[in-house]
Design a binder for this molecule. Structure first.
Ligand code: ADP
Ligand code: GLC
Length: 472
């Protein structure tokens, strides 16, 4: 059977542009799926623009633009070069505050996606399905429908908290017709939401775990879009993320180890403790995270003192909101030999933490999928996670039954509760003291299949299902 042609439209893709898990997913899926999947993304200034120009537009939302095709790192990229929108210093979405023209910048990306779907590339390559990710690509399914471009689309919601809001008076600038500005279209509480637009116009919607797909129907997690999620429940699918098991492999860590040679992980732990100046008899927990309210970082202040008292240690790597950074700095200053903190974004250091840590903490208030608990499983770094979203789907809690049947892979606690986190950390300390049980848990996690195969097959069958419905 000929390979399906899929266009993935996204604002991030590893290793070229990343602020979170979205980039990991967009970069890993094309490598594992049996399809010709190409990724359309902005040509941010750090990205080398070598390649063939396949499309030009003298006025893409206010300036000239082109698409450059390039194969690198095993991926087929379509780079949207639009200097007036993407050639600027700072983060992908802003420099401190969001760029005020973000709605336009990503409408341009979405528009370019629709043009590729309409067969505008000079190479003649036209996708059979468009797969749009998050609010940044949310307008692609809308343009496809509104411009009558006969290509089916899938929207993946990686995080419903980011809704791509723009003021109503930008409707024309975003190239949306007046009739689309209704509650059944792109209107959202007096504004425009590009995420909502994607959810309305895509032929299918996915999110990144089965549990989050269910949670999104409730007001607590749906964040205003729960009604739409309920209305589209038939077209909504929860497909769990995988991880790139080559990029994330303890065999490639500084002190290489595997499930069969777990004793070597100790060396990574000792080196990490020495480098961070940590001392203690208990487990060494790590956190690698964006520092935002979503991640439950503020719950730590309540939970850590008893954990440290019991001999536990913590090494944190994160960046984000100044108030959370300050709170962590205060804790680290208060417990200099039990806690170490590195502020910033550092892939190499994060791998060292996973290799050297005993446990990874993910106390999120909500978590669509979460990748760090999966990296933890892969590295024998036992996950301690909140019972929400993909965290609940991927970690088996060490209760009595799961421990005695040998199913447990981590500790799962009630979400959004400092007390529950405190209890979980005390359970962590107790489990760590029981080394035979602990080691069994570590190696069980390491032996799990965490790659993309199963999930990429689910995406493929969804694409095929959409194509079949087209020909009926
Ligand atoms: P989210 O996308 O909500 O931030 P995920 O767990 O899906 O959460 O993905 C986060 C990704 O970003 C992971 O690959 C994680 O290792 C990485 N990451 C987060 N913060 C940092 C940091 N400060 N340094 C290095 N990597 C980080
Ligand atoms: C989002 C979510 C995270 C998920 C990631 C990749 O950033 O917050 O839970 O793992 O997208 O899908």
């Amino acid at each position: 059977m000929a390979q399906l042609k899929i266009l993935s439209v996204a604002s991030e893709c590893v290793p070229w542009a990343k602020t979170g898990g979205l980039a990991d997913v967009v970069g890993a899926l094309p490598k594992s799926i049996s399809a010709d999947m190409r990724v359309l993304m902005p040509a941010y200034p750090s990205i080398d623009l070598q390649g063939r120009t396949l499309w030009r537009d003298p006025d893409l939302f206010g300036g000239p633009a082109r698409i450059v095709a390039s194969k690198r790192d095993g991926l087929s990229l379509l780079l949207l070069d639009a200097p007036h929108l993407f050639d600027r210093q700072g983060g992908l979405y802003g420099d401190g505050a969001d760029w005020p023209d973000n709605p336009l910048r990503f409408a341009a990306l979405s528009w370019a996606g629709a043009q590729v779907a309409a067969g505008q590339l000079s190479s003649g390559w036209t996708p059979q399905i468009v797969h749009a990710h998050d609010w940044q690509a949310g307008l692609t399914p809308a343009y496809l429908k509104l411009l009558d471009i006969p290509v089916k689309s899938v929207l993946t919601i990686h995080n419903i908290a980011f809704q791509g809001l723009a003021s109503r008076d930008q409707l024309a600038a975003l190239r949306l017709p007046e009739q689309a500005y209704t509650p059944q279209g792109v209107e959202y509480y007096g504004l425009i939401s590009t995420l909502k637009a994607g959810m309305v116009y895509a032929d299918a919607i996915t999110t990144v775990s089965p549990q989050y797909a269910l949670e999104l129907r409730s007001a607590e997690f749906g964040m205003g879009l729960e009604g739409l999620v309920q209305a589209r429940a038939q077209d909504m699918h929860g497909i769990l993320n995988g991880i790139d098991t080559q990029l994330w492999d303890p065999q490639n860590a500084e002190f290489a180890y595997s499930a069969a040679s777990l004793h070597k992980k100790k060396r990574a732990r000792e080196a990490l403790m020495a480098e961070c100046g940590l001392r203690g008899e208990g487990p060494l927990a790590i956190i690698v995270s964006r520092l935002t309210p979503q991640k439950g970082i503020d719950l730590l202040a309540h939970a850590l003192p008893d954990f440290f008292e019991a001999g536990g240690m913590l090494a944190v790597l994160g960046s984000g909101e100044p108030s959370l950074q300050q709170a962590l700095q205060q804790l680290a200053a208060q417990y200099p030999t039990q806690m170490s903190l590195r502020l910033g974004y550092d892939e190499a250091w994060s791998q060292r933490l996973f290799a050297g840590g005993d446990a990874v903490l993910v106390p999120s208030r909500f978590e669509p999928c979460g990748l760090t608990q999966l990296y933890g499983l892969r590295f024998g770094t036992v996950p301690v996670v909140a019972r929400t979203g993909g965290l609940a789907d991927t970690v088996v809690h060490a209760n009595h039954a799961a421990l005695s049947t040998g199913a447990a892979t981590g500790i799962v606690h009630e979400h959004s509760s400092g007390d529950a986190l405190r209890e979980a950390l005390l359970q962590l300390s107790a489990l760590y003291r029981d080394q035979p049980t602990w080691k069994a848990m570590q190696s069980r996690g390491m032996r799990q299949d965490l790659g993309w195969k199963a999930s990429s097959e689910q995406y493929l069958s969804l694409y095929r299902q959409l194509l079949r419905s087209q020909t009926l």
